[in-house]
Design a protein around this ligand. Sequence first.
Ligand SMILES: [Ca+2]
Ligand SMILES: [Ca+2]
Ligand SMILES: [Ca+2]
Ligand SMILES: [Ca+2]
Length: 263
Amino acid sequence: MFHRSTGSTGRQRISAVVLALALMLTLALPAAAAPARPDPHLSDLGDLPDPTYPTRLTNNGPSHQLGQSSLLLGQCVDGEADGQPNGTATGDDGAVGDPVLGNQQCTDDEDGVTPNGHWQSGVGGGSVNVTVAGGPGCLSGWIDWNHNGNLTDAGDNILNNVLLNTGTSTQPFTVPANPVSGTFYARFRLYSPDQGGVCTSAKAPTGPAINGEVEDYVWQFVNAVTLSGMSASSAASPLALPLGLVTFLGVLVAGIVLARRPV
Ligand SMILES: [Ca+2]
Ligand SMILES: [Ca+2]
Ligand SMILES: [Ca+2]
Ligand SMILES: [Ca+2]
């Protein structure tokens, strides 16, 4: 009896020790890791109208992961869960409530590319000023010159894999012959160089990038009086057309006055 009794007590003690060890082991183990879920606000996306331009993720719109580097167009970038298309390409310009990286004072993350005022057909006929932060980076840009709703026609890729250092620079490009006046949609993407610090991997106006930023714009162009060039202005500027008309009327009146002036 004593032997069985002792054995039973021993087994109980062993069971208690095993339970205690199991409990300690359970507490010591880290909690099972939650499945990885990408934060939808940690990518910058575009805002050209979709359709017809690919902007939404379902249409393979451009996206740039944020937080992977400090590479930016301009001084500011913010994240979106998806593309923000609208007719004036301003859906991404003043996103409210999204995390803002870079300069925390920014309210508009489309701050890296500005058109220079006068463009004309030919090589180097147009240019934009581009500001890069956290460089070097590779820049590609597109303009839908013929207003057909895509950025993939010949000549649309105005800047291709241009290596840029931190700072602001003027980037010239070719303006096609006889471009039609009106509203032009433009897209610019900045991303890190390949190994060796060179820009060799071509970037499309669509698809993901591991860092950098995309900026989409609408620019208005009005034919000059001479029809030899165009004036570029912000889409938001109401002065573009009136200024052209005023110039034209001024030349016309001056011509009439001169023609009628007695000799
Ligand atoms: Ca953004
Ligand atoms: Ca920016
Ligand atoms: Ca952006
Ligand atoms: Ca925009």
